[in-house]
Each structure stands twice: as C-alpha cells, then as structure tokens.
Design a protein around this ligand. Structure first.
Ligand SMILES: Cc1cc2nc3c(=O)[nH]c(=O)nc-3n(C[C@H](O)[C@H](O)[C@H](O)COP(=O)(O)OP(=O)(O)OC[C@H]3O[C@@H](n4cnc5c(N)ncnc54)[C@H](O)[C@@H]3O)c2cc1C
Length: 292
C-alpha cells in the first residue's frame, strides 16, 4: 500500500529488481539516482511520484569499463567520478570537462550521467551534447531485456518510454579524435549554461579536419547535432577563426528558446564564440601532443 504523503523508496540491488519494481509501480513510480533534478520538482511545479526506485546501490551501474573498442559507463556514475576516473583519457576531454564544469562541487558529487540524460524538460544538460559529439550509445533495460540506441534517438523517445525502462549504461566508441566542451553560464559557477558547444574533431596528418561531430545544447528545447557546420568544417584547416566564421554562416538553422536567463536570439548569437573556444582548445591539445 503506497502512502499518500511521503513517497515510498525502494532500494534496488540489481537492474532486474529495479525494472521489475518500476514496471509494477507503473506511472506511480520513477527511478531516482542523485536526486538533484528530482528534488527541485516542487520549484518546477511538477508533482512528486508516489514511489521512487533508487538505482544507487546497483553495483554494475556504478562501474566504468574500458576496452580497446569502447568505454562503457554505468548510468549511476557521478559527474565527479566521471571527471576523476576518465580525466586522463584525452579523446574524452569533452565529456570530462562537461562533468567537471557543470553545477557546483556538492551537486557534482551526487548527480549522475544517467540522471543528466533522463531529466526530461531540461535543455541545459551539459553531458548530453558532450555524449552526442562522442557518438555515444545508450543501453536501456526493461523487463523484456536490453537494447542500445543513439543519444538523439533516446532523447526523442524519452518522454514516451514505458514505466520500467531505465538507462543501464552509456557506451562510447574509441576514436582518434580531439574533443572540447565550451559553455556559457551568465553569472558564475552553479548557473545553468545558456548555450553549449561540444565538439569532437579528427585531424588528418596534413592538419585538415577529416571528421567532425559538433552538438549544441541549451539553445533549443533539446540538444542536437549541427550537421551544416560539421560538413563545412570537414576538408578545411583546423582553425578556430575559420570555425567561428563558418559557425556565423550557419546560425539560421537554430530557433533559440526564450527563457528567464536569456532570450532565444542571444543563445544563438553566442554560438560562434563558443565554437571558437572549443576549436582553440582542440588546437592547443594537438599542439601539445606534437610538442609545439
Ligand atoms: C544547483 C544546481 C545546479 C545545476 N547545474 C547544472 C549544470 O550546470 N549542468 C547540468 O548539466 N546540470 C545541472 N544541474 C542539473 C542536475 O544536477 C543534472 O541534470 C544531474 O545530472 C541529474 O542527475 P541526478 O542523478 O541527480 O538525477 P535525478 O534527480 O536522480 O533524476 C533525474 C531524472 O532522471 C531519471 N533517472 C535518473 N537516473 C535514471 C536512469 N538510470 N534511468 C532512467 N531514468 C533515470 C529520474 O527518474 C528523473 O526523472 C544542476 C542542478 C542543481 C541542483
């Protein structure tokens, strides 16, 4: 019997226990990880659920596995742990910087990568565009088994997922690219960013960009890739000024969202500068690696 007042908390020990409990609670239940988004439900005037299923004690969801082909991150890994445990992997700089710069130290210590992906109606999530730029895949677990999908497809399906679906892991293919995360908070640390650019670029031996994946967050309701820019970057030299110029030529594809922190036009107008910052970071990484 569920209480009418305080929500019921069920602490799952395995993924199977979690999905079964959530399936049984139906629309009365929800997973809970670090609770940094859920605790603000009253501020958003969102109703609390009658029951929460904690994912924090599920061992596999707190683990990071590194193989030659991919890096697999349990959905309950915190922002702080991500930054600390993967900070030495150069190709993941976009993700570890996103984790290390989001929110504030107290929030980063409990907020999880799974919670970041699953916070519906939160356009400013830092890890989402970072994961998109890395071509990450999301592993969903349900009572019927597991499946993998792209971050973009996951975001599209997120609102209509059946009760009982949880994000189990996030897998990132290992690639020979350089990556960077540029975000613009308006005041100080702890603010949500008004715009985010996450970029992963492969660079050929002649210094030209051979592959580009660039994702934008916080500008529209949902993070998304910027294919027009990606196509224009490929084939040209790795150069922050050039990237900024190209970015300014392809701004019309965005319809910035108006919000309390910034109007929509402002969110789009700052993108070329953020892109410049991200590409300059990548240039610096390349130069450092080449010992220049
Ligand atoms: C002061 C403050 C500042 C912040 N600043 C930033 C910032 O700069 N950048 C940023 O990105 N975020 C920021 N956040 C938002 C928040 O901390 C993050 O989005 C965080 O990653 C959410 O993770 P969590 O584990 O706390 O999620 P929770 O609050 O536990 O859950 C969030 C949602 O995800 C669902 N969920 C959680 N885990 C799973 C899973 N494995 N499978 C399915 N559903 C799941 C829950 O049911 C809930 O709907 C801030 C929050 C605060 C309080």
């Amino acid at each position: 019997m569920l209480s009418k007042r305080a929500p019921h908390l069920y602490v799952a020990k395995t993924v199977e226990e979690a999905v079964t409990a959530l399936h049984d609670y139906g629309h009365d239940g929800e997973p809970i990880a670090g609770a940094t988004w859920i605790m603000r439900a009253p501020v958003r005037r969102a109703p609390l659920k009658k029951a929460y299923v904690s994912l924090a004690a599920i061992g596999e969801m707190n683990a990071i596995d590194v193989t030659e082909r991919e890096i697999s991150i349990g959905a309950s890994v915190t922002h702080q742990a991500l930054a600390a445990m993967l900070g030495s992997v150069p190709s993941l700089k976009v993700l570890t910087d996103a984790a290390a710069k989001s929110a504030n130290p107290a929030v980063r210590g409990v907020a999880t990568i799974g919670g970041n992906l699953c916070s519906a109606g939160f356009p400013a999530a830092d890890l989402v565009p970072a994961l998109m730029s890395l071509a990450a895949e999301v592993e969903l677990a349900t009572v019927n088994g597991s499946s993998r999908t792209s971050v973009e497809a996951f975001l599209q399906a997120r609102a209509s997922l059946e009760p009982g679906a949880i994000v189990r892991r996030i897998s990132i293919p290992r690639r020979a690219h350089y990556s960077a995360h540029a975000r613009l908070p308006l005041r100080k640390a702890g603010d949500y960013p008004v715009a985010i650019v996450s970029a992963a670029l492969e660079v050929a031996p002649d210094g030209r960009v051979s592959h580009a994946t660039v994702a934008v967050g916080s500008v529209e309701e949902r993070s998304r890739q910027w294919p027009e820019l990606e196509n224009a970057l490929v084939g040209g030299p790795l150069d922050a000024d050039r990237a900024k110029l190209i970015g300014a030529q392809h701004l019309r594809v965005f319809k910035g969202r108006d919000g309390v922190e910034a109007p929509g036009w402002y969110r789009t107008q700052v993108l070329p500068a953020l892109l410049h910052r991200a590409v300059a970071d990548i240039q610096a990484q390349l130069e450092k690696q080449q010992g220049r």
